[in-house]
Design a protein around this ligand. Sequence first.
Ligand SMILES: [Zn+2]
Length: 241
Amino acid sequence: MTDISYWGAIGMNDQERQLQQCFSDVGAEHGFSRVMANWERFKEFKATWKRCSGSAELRITDYMMDSGPELINDLAKGIFGRMGRGGAKDIYSERLRQHFLSPEFIQRNQPLYLKRSRNLAYQHQGHVHDLQALQNDLLDMGLISKVPEAYLTWTKGDNRQRVGYCSVIMRVVAVSRVLDRQETPSYVPSYVLYHELLHLEDGLRFGSYHDREFRERERVHPYHKEAERWLRKIVADPQFR
Ligand SMILES: [Zn+2]
């Protein structure tokens, strides 16, 4: 394995060497004789790769940097499995899934994710509506269950095409500032928040996030219809500024 010693020789730190080692080993099992893997400061949790016959170049989310060789190995297996012909859809082992749900993972990575996010107000208390209070109402109504460490915030700007956003893995939910107004009834941000919290509750999954079952749960919100009507108005109406 001359490649490994070569890459190990150019002043890598331990975390870089560990990543390189795991990916070289797993890559070799998948027929790649030359693998180059680097940590990357992506905002989202993701990996990218380029491949050319026997060689592969990968950039791996640095949210995994402190996860240790076993889990990095699991990730490598998942990614090489995905890269193969007819790629595997689900790339996360059960052990990885447990890791993502662990307090250590969130405590290390959620602040990093927030720092890398643009357009967040970092406040659940808006000018008019409070996302925390809206979440408590949803909990009281029994519509959602408590997601530990969920971070709720308004966006800085008035996004109108995308009025709600969530990162399931980082447990961050953002609701567009365009819904934080006197004339907007609280059921509108409540409904958008509810939608995103349903995603957090579901956790990581592959395939459609908005399948029929999801849409059915969405309709359980008492103001589902009214909120949908408001949202259509906001997206369509340029006067609504
Ligand atoms: Zn959604």
